[in-house]
Design a protein around this ligand. Structure first.
Ligand code: KIV
Length: 278
C-alpha cells in the first residue's frame, strides 16, 4: 500500500517523526523505499547533485519529469513528491496547472512541491482544488537565490520571522498537506510547527519539526563539493567509489581482471576446429 497524505498527517497527530529523502533515479529510489521512507522528494537539487549545475535554476520540467518517472518506478510504497522547477508555476495559472499535472500524469508522482509563501497561495489552492496534493517550501528557497542574495538562514529578525509564520499559516489555509522549512532558526521552526495542523519537514530547521528531509547525495557522502552545516554524512561513498575505480583500473592494467571467474567458456573442440581451418 502506498503512503497517502492522510498517513503523513496522522504521523504528525501521533507525534511520529517523518523522515523524507530525495532520490533522482530508479536504483536509489528503490533502496530508499525499501528502507521504509514514507516520503521521497524528487528535488530540483538534482540540478547540482546529478546534473552538475551551480544552482537549481537551470533545471527544466523535462529534466524533472525524466527523473520523476525513474524514481516512481523504484518507489512502490513511498509517496513521491515532484519538485516544480524555477518559473514553472509563476507565469500564469494555466501553465502552473499544466506543469503540476505533468508530474502526476507523466511522472507518476503523487504530489508536487513548490517554493514560496503568500505569493503562491492562490496556485496552491487551485492545484489542491484540482486534486493535486501540494507540499509548500519556505525559509531559504533556492530558486530565489539571486533575490535572497545567497544561501543564508532566513527568519532571524522579527520582520522576517513574522512573515515566515504568516506564510506557513497561509499555505496551510490554501490546502498544502505539509511544508518544508529550509534553513530557519530552530526556535522559529518549533513555533511554526506548534502553530500548524499540517506537518513541517525541516532541512537546517532544527530538531522540533515534524519531519526532516535530506539530500541523499549529501547524506551518502556522494556529493562533496558543498556540504552545508545542516547536512550529516552517514556514509562516505565518494571515497569508496574512487577506491573501487582505482582497484579496477590497476587490475585491468596488470591483467588481474578479468579472470576465469568473469569469463565465458565454450566447447574446446569448436576452437580447435576453427584453429585448424586457419
Ligand atoms: O530540491 C531539493 O532537494 C529540496 C530539498 C532541499 C527540500 O527542495
Amino acid at each position: 500500500m502506498r503512503v497517502t497524505i492522510a498517513d503523513i498527517r496522522q504521523m504528525k497527530e501521533k507525534k511520529e517523526k517523518i523522515p523524507m529523502l530525495t532520490a533522482y533515479d530508479y536504483v536509489t529510489a528503490k533502496m530508499v523505499d525499501e528502507a521504509g521512507a514514507p516520503l521521497i522528494l524528487v528535488g530540483d537539487s538534482l540540478g547540482m547533485v546529478i546534473l552538475g549545475y551551480e544552482s537549481t535554476i537551470p533545471v527544466t520540467m523535462d529534466d524533472m519529469i525524466h527523473h520523476t518517472k525513474a524514481v516512481r518506478r523504484g518507489a512502490n510504497s513511498a509517496l513521491v513528491v515532484g519538485d516544480m522547477p524555477f518559473m514553472t508555476y509563476h507565469t500564469n495559472m494555466s501553465d502552473s496547472l499544466h506543469n503540476a499535472a505533468r508530474f502526476i500524469q507523466e511522472g507518476g508522482a503523487q504530489a508536487v512541491k513548490l517554493e514560496g509563501g503568500e505569493v503562491v497561495a492562490e496556485t496552491v489552492s487551485r492545484l489542491v482544488g484540482c486534486g493535486i496534493p501540494v507540499m509548500g517550501h519556505i525559509g531559504l528557497t533556492p530558486q530565489s537565490i539571486h533575490q535572497l542574495g545567497g544561501f543564508k538562514v532566513r527568519g532571524k529578525g522579527l520582520g522576517e520571522a513574522r512573515k515566515l509564520l504568516n506564510d506557513a499559516r497561509i499555505l496551510e489555509e490554501a490546502g498544502a498537506f505539509a511544508i518544508v522549512l529550509e534553513c530557519t532558526p530552530a526556535p522559529l521552526s518549533r513555533l511554526i510547527t506548534e502553530r500548524l495542523g499540517i506537518p513541517t519537514i525541516g532541512i537546517g530547521a532544527g530538531p522540533d519539526c515534524d519531519g526532516q528531509v535530506q539530500v541523499i547525495s549529501a547524506l551518502l557522502g556522494l556529493y562533496t563539493e558543498f556540504v552545508p552545516k545542516h547536512a550529516k554524512q552517514y556514509a562516505r561513498l565518494a571515497g569508496e567509489i574512487e577506491a573501487a575505480v582505482s582497484s579496477y583500473m590497476a587490475e585491468v592494467k596488470t591483467g588481474g581482471f578479468p579472470t576465469a571467474e568473469q569469463s565465458y567458456t565454450m566447447d574446446e573442440s569448436i576452437i580447435k576446429q576453427l584453429e585448424s581451418e586457419g
